[in-house]
Design a binder for this molecule. Structure first.
Ligand SMILES: Nc1ncnc2c1ncn2[C@@H]1O[C@H](COP(=O)(O)OP(=O)(O)O)[C@@H](O)[C@H]1O
Ligand SMILES: O=C(O)C1=C[C@@H](OP(=O)(O)O)[C@@H](O)[C@H](O)C1
Length: 291
């Protein structure tokens, strides 16, 4: 029983580490997972081009799908007790662009596809299973339902990460510039105490996002979390005032800027002079899909 699915990366509107409310938008770069279910009794995984990376998250995703849904999958699934998963990704790992959410969503959907039940499980529920796996694997602080829902559903989402509740979702059409410096920042290592200090600002950002003022929300978020997490705000000043919004994405180190084509192309010119990778993409409104 085999399955295959892809899920997109995302950028941040509001980092949930300060007040538990978060917001993110899907971008057009994706992770693909291939799952083979079997009766081996064990769950194994491989990440293409990253032989030393931690595979706990995606192994746990397959294990949870089998535990929750194999009973619904008919006689053929009765013998299933293990499986293999392999991911291939365009999303840089631990760069603030939600590689963990894209990997979890692609893996959960591929495992559901392997069981033949992908169309019967609501995407939001599939997403919550990946969030559970992320909590179990210890790769997240809040569960990151904000990032996971943006990746699974597409568009921009606003969520309560304490109750895993979707507060808003909307398709958005923006050009996006991304700068990824040549370092990594694992979410699990973030200085949560410093993030909580900017909670009053995060509450304002949440109100802006719930009002649909995503660009302004993002920019306020960017200044607050760059300060809290010790990143320079210079990349933001290089993008302002012409972009719709610009922010540190997640716990960094990437920055994302959104706006019209001319504005983000101008941002790319500036960010290209920095060390690391600068690229242009767009928002993605379809979310994860089986293939
Ligand atoms: N392509 C992938 N396949 C499997 N697991 C992945 C993949 N990309 C990321 N992960 C998991 O996500 C973790 C990084 O998560 P995190 O620090 O939150 O970074 P990000 O901001 O990119 O989501 C990795 O340690 C790994 O466990
Ligand atoms: O682990 C978490 O709970 C979160 C990590 C952050 O994202 P990154 O994983 O991109 O750093 C943040 O933006 C998100 O709102 C919540």
């Amino acid at each position: 029983m085999d399955g295959r699915a892809s899920a997109p990366a995302a950028g941040t509107v509001l980092n949930a580490l300060a007040c538990g409310t978060g917001s993110a938008f899907a971008i057009d770069a994706e992770t693909t997972a291939t799952v083979e279910l079997d009766s081996s009794g064990s769950f194994d995984a491989e990440i293409a081009d990253a032989p030393d990376a931690d595979t706990t998250l995606i192994e746990r995703c397959v294990e949870l799908v089998v535990a929750e849904y194999s009973a619904e999958a008919g006689d053929e699934a009765a013998e299933i007790s293990g499986g293999r998963v392999r991911t291939e990704s365009e999303v840089p790992m631990a760069a603030g662009l939600k590689s963990s959410s894209a990997a979890a969503n692609a893996t959960v959907l591929a495992a559901l596809d392997a069981l033949g039940v992908a169309d019967e499980v609501a995407r939001e529920d599939a997403c919550r299973l990946g969030v559970r796996a992320a909590r179990d694997a210890g790769v997240t602080v809040t569960g990151a339902f904000d990032d996971a829902s943006a990746s699974m559903l597409g568009g921009v989402t606003v969520t309560d990460n304490e109750s895993d509740e979707l507060l808003a979702r909307e398709p958005v059409t923006w050009d996006v510039a991304v700068w990824t410096p040549p370092e990594q920042a694992y979410s699990a290592d973030a200085d949560v105490a410093r993030c909580r200090r900017v909670a009053p600002v995060a509450e304002v950002v949440a109100d802006l996002a719930l009002d649909g003022r995503y660009g302004e929300a993002m920019t306020v978020n960017g200044f607050a979390f760059a300060a809290a997490l010790g990143f320079s705000a210079d990349p933001m000043l290089e993008a302002l005032p012409d972009v719709r919004g610009v922010s540190l994405s997640g716990t960094g180190p990437s920055f994302v800027a959104v706006g019209d084509t001319a504005a983000v192309e101008q941002v790319r010119e500036h960010w290209s002079e920095r060390e690391g990778t600068t690229w242009l993409t767009t928002t993605q409104n379809d979310g994860a899909r089986t293939r």
